[in-house]
Design a protein around this ligand. Structure first.
Ligand code: IVH
Length: 704
């Protein structure tokens, strides 16, 4: 067999079926038949990787290798739109533009899709690159992620070079479903769509149900030099085609074009032709635009995806050419935005913060702007991915909102700065200790545990109200003690000589006495607080409480549990997952941490939970390991019995072993009973078990 030919055939067929299924929604074959073709192609690509095309349908599946997103120049100018916020303003703009162009001009009104902007470049019918908008001149190559989107044609029947602009978006319903299944929530569908395009692994991007609408085509793109739209491009270009015909051609080539379209012109023949090309569109004279725009704003929620406005475009290419562009915007198009921005500001700088666990957080320093009752000067930028998603650079004009009416957020770049084009990048080194910043997941980290900033942050956290609550050691005092070298880590708080403070400015005798007293008082904080104050990643108040409530109520027990080096020991506790369990093992077996604990213990801090009388009663099963077998009259399902054991500090395991202390045997107990008898394990039946449980009861199981 000619394998290369066979692979080409399979790839062609699969792409055709993908298009039939995802774009035209009229499949010709069933899933099983489709999978058979795909499996065959995958197998052949494994055997003959040299014949695999970069646009093979297998690329839809994505890869586990890290993406790089190199920057590439755009072959067409990727302009953004000027915007207006009121229908009357738009009506005026339209009349003015029509007057400048001659009255028979036509305008298309499209939905402004609230997603991530993308430019697709094709050459000889193959998708070559997919670039983000970037700064308009350079974009990031996100091709591998875009190739996973079934609605994006990987091959088209058009030999000349072609650029297509579009918007990648996710439907609201898909967004809710996706977000409910992930730990780090996305704020809105746009962030998820943009974030997915920048997913490091295309196999992960492939899992996000992304969609595309395309809205501009450039036929053909010159191979070098500046691109000029219009009829004078050698070889025809967009020549002879107006916007509607371009959209129509894109649709023919297999692209998804949004059918919700308005067409406005005072030329009746043009309106008739528009309705022929787009039978679902609205066609009306220019005077009807304001009414149309108001109506579209009112029904924006009727489409299953987010639209943040409408885009009005001159349809005739020669008129576009004539009107030209400003530095940033075409004069032949205008965005009408549904929601006015809450506030506009400028990104003055980015402050790089390093937390106690080394996590780096970029913070936007903004030109002060008033927003719902306060002055906003800062907003978190979360991480590099978020900055990339916004395509944000220093000097850019940005819109600011207040999420949930409290926390200010940078929503989008309104205008790129001309002074510093490009996107802000975090430094390669920690600004405080110069050690390299490493990326793990979405965040960068300073891995140097001796980093002065990390230590300072750890001290602040330790003393804060929620942890040890050492009132007199606020940020300023800590900074002072730290700079003096007197207090470098939490144990120093209990050992440094407070009399050294006498004579220092701002430390009168009375204040020193208060500091001493509040440090002393902090020794009475309960174990749960001390545990959280250690500041170990993943061990905040909630986890500390869970550990204690489940019998790991002294530091020695926790350390002993960690030494087993079995994450399931911790994960058996409700509220603790595998990730936290693994972190716990790491924290409580690290020599530095054990030394830190020992020093704090020596200082007199509480490293065991104090039990109330009732808690002690509830420990009646402590140290016991139970196995449950057979069926029961009252404990249906059996897990109810397990719950009663665990509530009283006992453990339940699946199989009888030398570690088992008790067997709870119901009717038809099976082989576990025999094994337990052989091992001399205490055997308890249901009524005896009820009696034991009753002895200390808040008994609440379902009696059937
Ligand atoms: S036309 C020069 N049409 O809105 C023409 N843009 O700044 C420029 N957008 O970056 C774009 N839907 O990401 C156009 N139907 C549509 C659009 C659309 C969404 C986005 C696009 C662009 C931004 C405008």
């Amino acid at each position: 067999m000619d394998y290369r030919k066979r692979m080409e055939f399979l790839a062609g067929e699969l792409l055709r079926h993908q298009h039939l299924y995802h774009v035209l929604t009229r499949p010709e074959i069933g899933d099983a038949e489709y999978d058979r073709l795909l499996d065959e192609l995958l197998l052949l690509e494994k055997r003959f990787p040299q014949f695999a095309s970069p646009n093979s349908p297998s690329r839809r599946i994505g890869s586990d290798l890290d993406n790089a997103f190199p920057e590439r120049p755009h072959a067409v100018p990727v302009l953004s739109l000027d915007k207006l916020y009121r229908p009357e303003e738009l009506g005026q703009w339209l009349l003015k533009t029509a007057a400048a162009a001659g009255s028979s001009v036509g305008f298309a009104i499209e939905e402004k899709i609230d997603g991530a902007s993308i430019v697709l470049y094709y050459d000889r019918g193959e998708l070559q690159y997919a670039l983000t908008r970037g700064n308009g001149l350079l974009g990031n190559d996100v091709s591998d992620n875009v190739r996973t989107i079934s609605q994006v044609p990987l091959r088209i029947d058009e030999p000349s070079r072609l650029a297509v602009r579009g918007e990648i978006y996710i439907k609201r319903g898909d967004f809710e479903r996706y977000n409910s299944g992930v730990a780090e929530k996305y704020a809105n569908p746009r962030n998820l769509a943009a974030g997915s395009l920048r997913n490091l692994k295309s196999a992960l991007a492939a899992r996000v149900p992304l969609n595309i609408f395309v809205y501009e085509g450039f036929f053909p793109v010159p191979s070098s030099g500046t691109f000029r739209a219009g009829p004078d491009i050698p070889g025809g270009g967009n020549a002879g085609r107006d916007h509607l015909e371009i959209l129509q051609r894109l649709r023919e080539l297999g692209f998804r074009v949004n059918p919700h379209l308005g067409f406005f012109s005072d030329d009746e023949a043009k309106r008739r032709r528009a309705l022929q090309l787009f039978p679902d569109s609205t066609a009306a004279p220019l005077a009807a635009v304001e009414e149309y725009v108001r109506r579209q704003a009112a029904i924006r929620a009727e489409v299953p995806y987010d639209i943040d406005g409408l885009v009005v475009k001159v349809v005739e290419m020669d008129v576009r050419q004539e009107l030209g562009t400003t530095a940033h915007h075409p004069r032949w198009a205008m965005a009408y935005k549904f929601d006015s921005p809450q506030a506009q500001s400028e990104l003055l700088d980015v402050q790089v913060q390093v937390g106690r666990n080394g996590r780096v957080t970029p913070v936007a320093l903004l030109r002060p702007v008033a927003l719902s009752g306060s002055t906003v000067t800062r907003a978190t930028l979360h991480n590099q991915d978020y900055i990339d998603m916004l395509e944000l650079g220093i000097g850019d004009e940005v819109s600011i909102s207040k999420r949930g009416d409290v926390i200010p957020a940078v929503e989008e770049v309104l205008e790129k700065s001309e002074r510093h084009p490009g996107i802000y990048k975090l430094p390669g080194q920690c600004p405080f200790c110069r050690s390299p910043l490493l990326k793990e997941g979405a965040h960068h980290f300073c891995k140097n545990e001796a980093c002065p900033e990390r230590r300072r942050r750890a001290l602040i956290y330790f003393c804060a109200k929620e942890q040890m609550d050492i009132e007199t050691l606020g940020e300023k005092t800590i900074a002072f003690l730290f700079a003096k070298g007197w207090v470098q880590s939490p144990p120093d708080i209990y050992s440094f000589d407070a009399s050294l403070l006498a004579g220092e400015e701002g430390f009168k005798e009375k204040k020193i006495a208060r500091i001493r007293a509040s440090i002393e008082l902090s020794k009475s904080r309960p174990f749960a607080r001390v545990l959280a104050a250690l500041g170990f990643e993943g061990v905040a108040a909630a986890v500390a409480g869970d550990l204690i409530a489940h019998g790991l109520d002294t530091i020695d027990k926790i350390i002993a549990a960690a030494q087993k080096n079995d994450w399931q020991v911790f994960a058996a506790i409700e509220g603790i997952g595998e990730t936290t369990a693994r972190l716990l093992i790491g924290h409580f077996s690290k020599p530095e941490n054990l030394q830190l604990i020992a020093r704090l213990k020596a200082a007199g801090l509480k490293f065991a939970a104090e039990k109330t009388e009732s808690e002690r009663l509830n420990d009646s099963f402590a140290g016991q390991v139970w196995v449950i077998t057979g069926s029961f009259a009252k404990f249906i399902p059996r897990s109810l019995a397990a719950e009663e054991i665990e509530k009283r500090g006992g453990r339940v395991s699946e199989n009888v072993s030398s570690r088992t202390t008790h067997l709870l045997a119901g009717t038809s107990p099976g082989s576990k009973l025999a094994k337990a008898q052989k091992l001399g394990i205490v055997i308890v039946d249901e009524s005896e078990f009820l009696a034991r449980v009753h002895k200390n009861s808040s008994l609440r199981f379902v009696a059937k």
